[in-house]
Design a binder for this molecule. Structure first.
Ligand SMILES: N[C@@H](CCC(=O)N[C@@H](CS)C(=O)NCC(=O)O)C(=O)O
Length: 241
């Protein structure tokens, strides 16, 4: 069974799936999409991901999108090592957590898109911008592209998003028991939030990860980064040197 992954190296949702694949020890064929060149909006890609975002997998030729769904699907097919709880209650908690993390992606976008997509978007002529917008399936993403092209996120908006992302760390601090988020076992719940924590650590609010402020989260982050799969998933630096 072949797994083909369409992804972007710095995308949080792509990093999540790469980390999951590496934890499972699965081999896959990786295809990079350049988001700044709108490769995610090309018709051939929209045919396998109607939302026009990364990542997408092809498993034996069949497309699947949504990073959380992709991970759960792969877990069902390749159950070892176990990364989703057996216990139905813990499984339900894990799903709610992944959904909650996904709901915060807009806050990460405010920070992330400034670094890579904004430079390209703001140079577009009005005609180019309008032509690009017509290819984007979701109204929310059309709005985000409009913002970086013409009306960059303000310091106030960034600060509001920073607070929400720090709030995620506070939730983690109260959830972690025996080192991990759900039921004391490493799971998709931990993998799902790792790319967010990576961005918080790298740029958004590094001090919020200090052991003095959030000891459980700090220890969780050290343990997660020490996992061999984390190095293999190759998150890389988000910002250009
Ligand atoms: N809920 C989706 C989110 C996917 C997503 O937002 N991907 C971003 C990168 S992290 C993307 O493709 N952005 C480019 C765009 O929206 O044009 C998932 O988890 O797969």
């Amino acid at each position: 069974m072949t797994i083909v992954l369409y992804h972007s190296p710095k995308s949080s949702a792509s990093r999540r799936v790469r980390l999951f694949l590496e934890e499972k020890g699965l081999t896959y064929e990786a295809h990079e999409l350049d988001l700044s060149r709108q490769q995610q909006h090309q018709p051939e890609y929209l045919a396998i991901n109607p939302l026009g975002v990364v990542p997408t997998i092809l498993h034996d030729g069949r497309p699947l999108h949504e990073s959380g769904t992709i991970c759960e699907y792969l877990d069902a097919i390749y159950p070892e090592p176990q990364l989703c709880p057996d216990n139905p209650y813990d499984l339900a908690l894990m799903r709610n957590w992944v959904r909650h993390v996904d709901g915060l992606i807009g806050n990460l976008i405010r920070f992330n898109w400034r670094h890579h997509l904004q430079k390209k978007a703001e140079k577009m002529s009005e005609d180019e911008l309008q032509a690009m917008l017509t290819k984007i399936p979701s109204a929310e993403r059309r709005e985000a592209w409009m913002r970086v092209a013409r009306n960059p996120y303000t310091e106030e908006e960034l600060s509001e998003s920073r607070s929400k992302l720090i709030g995620l760390l506070d939730q983690m601090e109260s959830m972690i028991s025996n080192g991990w988020l759900i039921g004391g076992c490493y799971s998709l719940a931990d993998i799902a939030v790792a790319p967010f924590v990576r961005r918080i650590d790298e740029e958004i609010a590094p001090d919020a990860l200090s052991p003095v402020q959030r000891p459980k989260v700090a220890a969780w982050w050290t343990a997660l980064q020490a996992r061999p799969a984390y190095a293999r998933a190759d998150f890389g630096a988000f910002m250009d040197a």
